[in-house]
Design a binder for this molecule. Structure first.
Ligand code: DP6
Length: 325
């Protein structure tokens, strides 16, 4: 038997940064995201002829990354009847580990593929819980469209699940991912969050304001109020950045090019274009705009010297899985 799963990355508009439980990977705050269509991770699982092995983009995964994957696979394998070694191959249609949320689509696709391969019951609750333990943002990539990952209150994390707020067709927004640098980031999100929660004096302020920001974003989404969504999303991103800068040692995920592009995006908005920015833990800027102006905005972004490449993403659908002959 061979299975193949696909999942899209997502970009948070209301950001997740920090955990209330490290062992269960439970977030300190809820978050809200848009699924990025076009970009995707494809993961296949088949029986291994020798020892278990994982591949990403054709290269064998080793060291700490392999350990993390094996722990995840074992967590699900223990629930199924099939304990035989697996050959797992993943491929991203976009640059890996550069702030483009590859761990979100990666663990969402892996979760879907493992659930099918191990014949586990495909419930939203189960998928969310499993994907979350691989990487928090991955639970949002199980669904398509606009998604909220609830913080939850329970100690065992059973109420910290991702729920769809609106399907992909609800609002014709485009995410224009501006790639500003090549290569991997120096400090991973997981390590960065732990440092922030420990050392940043701004962290509590960000946590305290999150419920209000989520509420504003949900309302903006419900009413398709672009200006309200722009305002609260940029504020959420900047609050997260303020916690990075006040972490010790400081987390400089942004580069001078990031600031330059953000200032230009703000000028575009002042000139009347429905656009706003957000970033994840990396240098790239994601520009969100109304679909009606996407082509024009994309042409402008491509002309900026800081921008190496623009990936134009519609709002994407949910993760999928199929059994191959
Ligand atoms: C900045 O989901 O990669 O993209 O749960 O530790 O695996 P872990 O972290 P991860 O963090 C994503 C952080 C972010 C913001 C967000 O996606 O909400």
């Amino acid at each position: 038997m061979k299975v193949s799963a696909k999942a899209h990355p997502n970009i948070a508009l209301i950001k997740y940064w920090g955990k209330r439980s490290i062992p269960l990977n439970l977030p300190a705050v809820g978050s809200l995201s848009i699924t990025l269509g076009t970009l995707e991770t494809t993961t296949t699982i088949e029986p291994a002829t020798g020892e278990e092995a994982y591949y990403l983009g054709g290269e064998r995964v080793c060291g700490q990354e392999e350990k993390r994957l094996r722990a995840f696979v074992d967590m699900l394998r223990i629930q199924g009847a099939n304990k035989a070694p697996l050959l797992i191959k993943s491929h991203n249609s976009f640059p890996t580990a550069a702030g483009l949320a590859s761990s979100a689509s990666g663990f969402a696709a892996l979760t879907m593929a493992l659930y099918r391969y191990l014949d586990l019951p495909l419930t939203i609750q189960g998928l969310s819980e499993a994907a979350r333990q691989g990487s928090g943002s991955a639970c949002r990539s199980i669904h398509g469209g606009f998604v909220e990952w609830r913080r939850g209150e329970d100690d065992d994390g059973s109420d910290s699940i991702a729920v769809p707020l609106a399907h992909a067709g609800w609002w014709d927004l485009k995410v224009l991912v501006c790639v500003l640098a090549r290569g991997k980031k120096a400090v991973g999100s997981r390590e960065g969050m732990a440092l922030t929660a420990k050392t940043s004096p701004m962290f509590q302020g960000y946590v305290d304001g999150q419920e209000a920001d989520l509420d504003t974003a949900r309302q903006a989404l419900l009413h398709r109020d672009f200006d309200a969504l722009a305002k609260v999303s940029e504020a959420s991103c900047l609050k997260m950045v303020s916690t990075w800068l006040t972490t010790y040692p400081p987390l400089f995920y942004w580069r001078p090019e990031t600031y330059a592009v953000i200032l230009k995006v703000q000028k575009l908005r002042q000139a009347g274009y429905p656009v706003f920015f957000t970033t994840d833990a990396g240098p790239h800027v994601k520009v969100i705009c109304e679909g009606s102006v996407a082509e024009e905005v994309e042409a402008r972004l491509k002309a900026w010297p800081e921008v190496l490449e623009v990936l134009n993403c519609p709002v994407g659908g949910p993760a999928t899985v199929e059994t191959l002959p």
